[in-house]
Design a protein around this ligand. Structure first.
Ligand SMILES: Cc1cc2nc3c(=O)[nH]c(=O)nc-3n(C[C@H](O)[C@H](O)[C@H](O)COP(=O)(O)OP(=O)(O)OC[C@H]3O[C@@H](n4cnc5c(N)ncnc54)[C@H](O)[C@@H]3O)c2cc1C
Ligand code: SF4
Length: 507
């Protein structure tokens, strides 16, 4: 009796629930590169190269463990190009009488999996993805009866549950959250920012890069230079380097953006966490251990742990709770098309230009670039959530729908009407000026509020508040904003609206 064990490209962990009871003598472990997944959105070239290389390395490791591995490459003859087609082919060819797999990261793929038992006539065991620190069911239990959710309360539960940064029943240091200490900008004269981890591509990666160049040349982004880790051993090295070299200043400069410094003090591990090469609990424990050993301050360790135990788990919970409706949400009825500069970088707005250039090079931008520059602009300009979601899903190597969609629709676009975040993360140019050095090199003037040379964020911010007053005017966290607006002279409001109209018509 053969069991077919399907491992998806973001399940590259030897401890996967689908592998735990594997019978090396009889079972077949299958992985497949399928055109349906590379083509349903046109992923960044680096993202495809990274995932295919990591999959091929993982398959070789499984074979090294003595398992019977069935690996289908994208260009193999007979590859039918979809999970369903490949699973059907494998069942037929191996005579498997059962399929075992783990919950996927996308609702769409779960829908496919649910159809397999009836279509193929074999039972399908879809197991919980216990790499995560909470399950969709447990999250739904926590959320039950709450009209709107708040990450902070969920995060505290997780800290208690896993006994992380706790001092008995109290949070370490007396506070749950040290964010107020995490908003510094590097001093004049700059800072020493360690070089990011760099893994030289091996033969397997080079082969995949050639495939990407040949098959996906019209996709966004640069495949060269390629420096991502593609095995667990390499990803563990990235984690260790982060903990020793970057974590101590992670908190202080978490929100800072410096031109020419895409990596700052961030960890750059989302790619590895999301595809299974690293596990969330081990990265959380590594950060806590560094703090307990006196090697990182509390604001840094807590800030990092909150991202992984808090935000990462929280957005996944929201995704599974609110799908499939979540993908359709458009509370603010935003309809504008995504401006072309999100692809070709051609804009005079230096902050946006820098963030898109770095995204194109690295398939990475750090959180504040995604949130307060690229996202803030999409929110203020009223870009259609479907187009913004597609862009984010394409361009980042860590993007999977379960994490991308809530961050985009919930966090940046307020498309869910405030379910995930209590207010829109809208800001004028002053925020970007405070947290970056982009404005120094911009053709717009961040100090000017309206007119042809004024920073567009300044007038678009107020125009956004005016346009959406009906929907946002009663939000208690925007009370001060609307009081300021009410105190504005009519001529000033007229100037804001005119500048916005002129700018938006040329987008
Ligand atoms: C609009 C938008 C889209 C995003 N899309 C994605 C995405 O597709 N995939 C993705 O993994 N993250 C996404 N994020 C969250 C965050 O920006 C990235 O996780 C982070 O930039 C990855 O870089 P890092 O590993 O250096 O993170 P660090 O800043 O070092 O943070 C550590 C880890 O915390 C986790 N984390 C931090 N913030 C979040 C968050 N808001 N949601 C989920 N996890 C978080 C990540 O696993 C990250 O690796 C998005 C954020 C925004 C605002
Ligand atoms: S002036 Fe405005 S558009 Fe230019 S970099 Fe600063 S915030 Fe961005």
């Amino acid at each position: 009796m053969t069991t077919l064990r399907l491992i998806l490209g973001d399940q590259l962990d030897h401890e996967m629930a689908s592998l735990r009871d594997v019978d090396a003598a009889r079972d077949v472990v299958m992985l497949c590169e399928v055109a349906a997944e590379t083509g349903y959105v046109k992923h960044h070239k680096k993202k495809i190269a990274f995932l295919f290389s990591a999959m091929r390395h993982f398959a070789a490791e499984l074979a090294g463990r003595g398992l019977n591995v069935r690996y289908t490459r994208l260009d193999d003859a007979g590859n039918v190009g979809s999970f369903t087609g490949e699973v059907a082919r494998a069942v037929k060819e191996t005579g498997a009488t059962r399929i075992v797999t783990v919950f996927p990261g996308e609702y769409r793929v779960l829908g496919e999996m649910k159809g397999w038992a009836a279509a193929l006539g074999v039972p399908v065991d879809i197991r919980e993805d216990d790499r995560f620190l909470t399950t969709p069911a447990a999250f739904a239990g926590w959320a039950h009866g709450r009209k709107s959710l708040r990450m902070e309360f969920f995060y505290r539960e997780m800290r208690r549950q896993y006994n992380v940064l706790m001092n008995g029943h109290e949070p370490e240091g007396g506070e749950w959250n040290y964010d107020a200490e995490n908003r510094k900008f590097p001093p004049d004269g700059g800072l020493f920012i360690p070089r990011p981890s760099w893994t030289e591509p091996d033969e397997v990666t080079r082969e995949v890069m050639a495939l990407v160049a040949a098959r996906f040349d019209d996709h966004f982004g640069d495949v060269e230079p390629f420096y991502f880790a593609v095995t667990r051993a390499q990803a563990l090295e990235v984690l260790e380097k982060f903990i020793t070299e970057r974590l101590p200043l992670f908190g202080d400069y978490q929100d800072a953006m410096v031109q020419g410094q895409p990596w700052m003090y961030h960890s750059h591990i989302s790619f590895y966490l999301n595809c299974g090469l690293l596990r969330p609990l081990e990265v959380v424990q590594a950060a806590e251990a560094a703090y307990r050993a006196g090697k990182a301050p509390l604001n840094a360790a807590e800030g990092f742990i909150r991202q992984v135990m808090g935000w990462r788990e929280y957005v996944r919970g929201v995704y599974w709770l609110r799908m499939p409706e979540y993908v359709e949400e458009n509370f603010l009825q935003a309809k504008r098309k995504l401006p072309w500069f999100y692809w070709d970088t051609q804009t005079d707005m230096n902050c946006l230009r820098q963030c898109v250039i770095e995204t194109r090079q690295n398939a990475y931008a750090h959180h504040i670039q995604r949130l307060m520059v690229l996202g803030n602009f999409a929110l203020l300009a009223g870009i259609d959530p479907a187009q913004v979601n597609e862009w984010y899903l394409i361009v980042y190597a860590d993007a999977y729908e379960w994490v991308e969609l809530p961050n985009v629709s919930g966090m940046i676009l307020f498309a869910d009407g405030g379910y995930l975040a209590s207010k829109p993360y809208a800001a004028g140019g002053a925020y970007i000026d405070k947290m970056s050095d982009y404005c120094k090199n911009c053709s717009y003037n961040v100090k000017e509020k309206t007119g042809a040379t004024a920073c567009p964020f300044n007038y678009l911010y107020w125009d956004f508040m005016i346009r959406n007053r009906e929907k946002l005017g009663n939000n208690p966290r925007l009370g001060m904003t609307y009081r300021t607006l009410d105190a504005m002279e009519a001529t000033k409001i007229g100037d804001i609206q005119e500048s916005s109209r002129n700018f938006l018509k040329d987008l």
